[in-house]
Design a protein around this ligand. Structure first.
Ligand SMILES: [Zn+2]
Length: 291
């Protein structure tokens, strides 16, 4: 019998190999679609409108399909899970009905356990997670739900995914604390961060946000640092709050956003529940396209 700890260790090592091949430092937040593009052979990613979470198909031109119907952070985690099947050499076609937000349930098959461990360590390396809380002056063990949410956005994943990773992979919070955090609903977190219910989809990139890009989709409300100015009109200004400036993504495309200090990111906006190749996800609409 293979021990789960050995599988987790192997998955962790694979994430380091993949980062090295893609030319990405070992403990920074990453965009999984950019990684897939940088591997040899490229791993193609397609967003599809189906109820399954994801599929991996091994071939000379490896293919990942993930459901476009899941929230954007979940899509990133599911893509990393399928990339895990690729990197770990799992054979045949992997069909994932339920990936389960990164839970490392001991009842999972060894391959599913490993793929979830890979996704967690790839997107949320231990050192980077510790740094993400520390740089904001937050303790992990007693972090508030809105703080956990902000750090989840820092890594481009969903709130529950980070909660599970903190408890079950990194042992940074207790399982009781994970259960408490999991009970907090996103509208309550949005209320704490934005002071209003906001849209169904919200995201935060604060002054400590470390990726140069932020992937989002039309209809998402974003809290960016105070004074943030988008270059183009893809983001609609909503309000200035004490903790930042609120925008809503209103059309697909890319726009650079600069803040007060030396803070700048490129916001890449896809259509809502975009289906198609990941490489085309931020193309502007052509004249005559339906919004
Ligand atoms: Zn799987």
């Amino acid at each position: 019998m293979v021990l789960k700890a050995d599988l987790a260790e192997e998955a962790l090592e694979k994430t380091l190999e993949v980062r090295e091949e893609a030319g990405i430092p070992f403990s920074t937040p990453v965009n999984v679609y950019d990684i897939c593009e940088k591997l040899t052979p490229k791993v193609r990613v397609r967003f599809a409108e189906y109820s399954m979470e994801g599929v991996y198909e091994r071939s000379a031109r490896p293919l990942i399909e993930v459901s476009a119907l899941r929230p954007i952070g979940r899509r990133a985690f599911n893509t990393a899970h399928e990339l895990g099947h690729h990197a770990l050499g799992h054979t045949g076609m992997m069909l994932d009905q339920q990936i389960g937000e990164g839970q490392v349930d001991p009842k999972l098959s060894p391959e599913e356990f490993s793929a979830n461990a890979f996704a967690g360590f790839l997107l949320m390396p231990k050192q980077a997670v510790r740094k993400a809380f520390a740089v904001r002056g937050w303790g992990i063990a007693r972090a508030l739900p809105e703080q956990v949410f902000t750090v989840a956005c820092h890594f481009g994943v969903g709130y529950t995914t980070l909660v599970n990773h903190l408890a079950y992979a990194l042992n940074e919070i207790t399982r009781d604390r994970a259960t408490e955090l999991s009970k907090v609903r996103l509208p309550a977190i949005r209320q704490a961060i934005l002071g209003s219910a906001g849209s169904d989809r919200s995201w935060v990139a604060d002054a400590h946000y470390a990726m140069k890009t932020l992937d989002t989709e039309v209809g998402t409300t974003m809290l960016l640092p105070r004074g943030s100015q988008p270059e183009f009109g893809h983001l609609r200004y909503e309000a200035d709050l004490p903790n930042g400036r609120v925008f809503t993504a209103v059309r697909p495309g890319m726009t650079r956003v600069e803040g007060d200090a030396e803070w700048a990111i490129v916001v890449r906006i896809a259509r809502e529940q975009y289906t198609g190749w990941s490489t085309n996800r931020h193309l502007e609409l052509e004249d005559g396209d339906d919004e």
